[in-house]
Design a protein around this ligand. Structure first.
Ligand code: TMP
Ligand code: ZN
Length: 419
């Protein structure tokens, strides 16, 4: 059966079928792994498939993975989301600057700023609550509690039209609605935009940032395709979506996070705020680099196939020569990389990760043990596959002793390289 575009209903064109893969951020406990081996536990698998809509130009996954597969319901009725935004120092600084920009450009004393998907409060904590009112919306109980402990008011729910109405009734409309790395996860973007229309002040702004499709193409970062990321945006496809809801993009700003993101500034069409020349230029540029043609995505898929082959050949060669291999950072991206490329414990002895909740567990699909960075440093493997290429600078800095001792990192994009 033909699969339909979630934005405009047209037929989708698949360009990269990754095959059946597990949920990227679900680490198995030892008990689950044992249960799997005797058939008492099953890992949820789905078809990861990237597709392009020739009508509205939106790149998206063909299958939507229900939220409860990765925001896990617990026995006590709470939910758990195994991702803490504040793990990286670089990201803390990044979000402090984001908050600063929003407060100075768009807000006055006592205005309300709402963040959708506020996680552990990494961005909202940077607003001065003596000046503006902040509200986080975060469905993961565990991460929302971390934000609460920092004094940030939180609603532990998904953002819906109903919730938007409730917030307006109790707190009034929002001057700024923010989101980072979340909009791309929302299956029904029309419901999101209806909610934004209710919540946003007449001359309010909706500012969000997500990975930007041209950077994915440029970096061949195929591992950015995974369950939580339903959409892969460019300004052309986003502008089409916004116009369907009486809104428009009035500015854009490149960001050096998650392998290259775009911060997108949205206003109501009725708001007379000027539209930056950058918007016209970027739309022109997107057409020039072929973002509106399916063949561009097919060419990307061919490059990705080559990376997979080169990486597998290289790891096999190292193993044949007796080298011990480890992985570094159990990221969501690593799940696509390892499952799509077929890299399991026959190659990697373990993956080092700094998140305590992931340690002593096993990676989705390939069941590679997760260990602490201390274990990694002590073990000192000769080659380590870097599974967080977006944190390359930070990690190479942190592990300079490993590099000094002769350790090497293997990086697989934009093409295979050793550092
Ligand atoms: P992500 O934000 O790209 O998904 O990566 C986050 C994961 O990477 C998280 O589990 C922590 C891990 N990580 C390390 O183990 N060491 C590091 O130095 C960094 C930056 C991340
Ligand atoms: Zn479409």
């Amino acid at each position: 059966m033909d699969k339909k575009c979630r934005i405009c209903g047209d037929i989708l064109n698949v360009f990269l079928p990754f095959g059946k893969v597990p949920i990227s951020n679900t680490y198995l406990t030892k008990e689950q792994l044992d249960g799997l081996n005797i058939g008492e536990f099953k890992e949820y698998m789905y078809d990861l498939e990237a597709a392009f809509c020739n009508n509205c130009k939106m790149v998206q996954l063909t299958e939507f993975v229900p939220y409860e597969k990765y925001i896990t319901p617990q026995e006590d009725g709470s939910t758990e989301y195994l991702f803490y935004s504040s793990t990286s120092q670089f990201m803390q600084k990044h979000f402090a600057e984001f908050a600063q920009e929003i407060a100075t450009k768009f807000m006055k004393m006592n205005d309300l700023v709402v963040e959708i998907g506020s996680n552990d409060g990494i961005m909202l904590q940077a607003f001065d609550q003596a000046k503006v009112r902040v509200l986080g919306i975060e469905p993961g109980t565990n991460v929302a509690n971390v934000a609460r402990a920092k004094g940030i008011e939180n609603v532990t729910e998904f953002f819906t039209e109903d919730l938007a109405r409730k917030i307006v009734n109790t707190k009034g409309k929002a001057k700024a609605i923010l989101s980072a790395n979340v909009i791309l996860n929302i299956g029904d973007l029309h419901e999101l935009m209806r909610g934004i229309n209710i919540l946003m002040d007449d001359n309010g702004v909706f500012v969000f940032q997500d990975p930007y499709m041209p950077y994915i193409l440029e970096k061949n970062s195929f591992d950015q395709f995974y369950d939580e990321h339903v959409y892969y945006f460019c300004i052309t496809s986003l502008q089409n979506l916004m116009k369907m809801h009486g809104m428009e993009i009035f500015d854009v700003q490149e960001q050096d996070v998650h392998g290259g993101s775009m911060r997108v500034y949205v206003k109501r069409q009725s708001d007379s705020r000027p539209i930056s020349e950058k918007v016209r230029k970027i739309l022109e540029q997107e057409d020039k680099i072929g973002l509106n043609s399916f063949s561009t995505y097919q060419a990307f898929a061919e490059r990705v196939e080559r990376i997979k082959k080169n990486l597998r050949d290289f790891l096999r060669l190292l193993k044949e020569n007796g080298y011990k291999l480890a992985g570094y950072a159990a990221t969501c991206k690593s799940s696509t990389a390892l499952n799509y490329c077929g890299i399991g414990t026959e190659f990697l002895d373990y993956i080092s990760d700094s998140t305590p909740e992931k340690q002593r567990k096993f990676s989705p699909g390939k069941h590679i043990p997760i260990v602490s960075p201390e274990h990694f440093r002590q073990d000192n493997p000769p080659y380590t596959l870097l599974l967080a290429w977006n944190h390359e600078k930070e990690i190479l800095g942190k592990e300079k002793d490993y590099l000094k001792r002769g350790g090497k990192f293997i990086i697989y994009n934009p093409c295979l390289r050793i550092v």
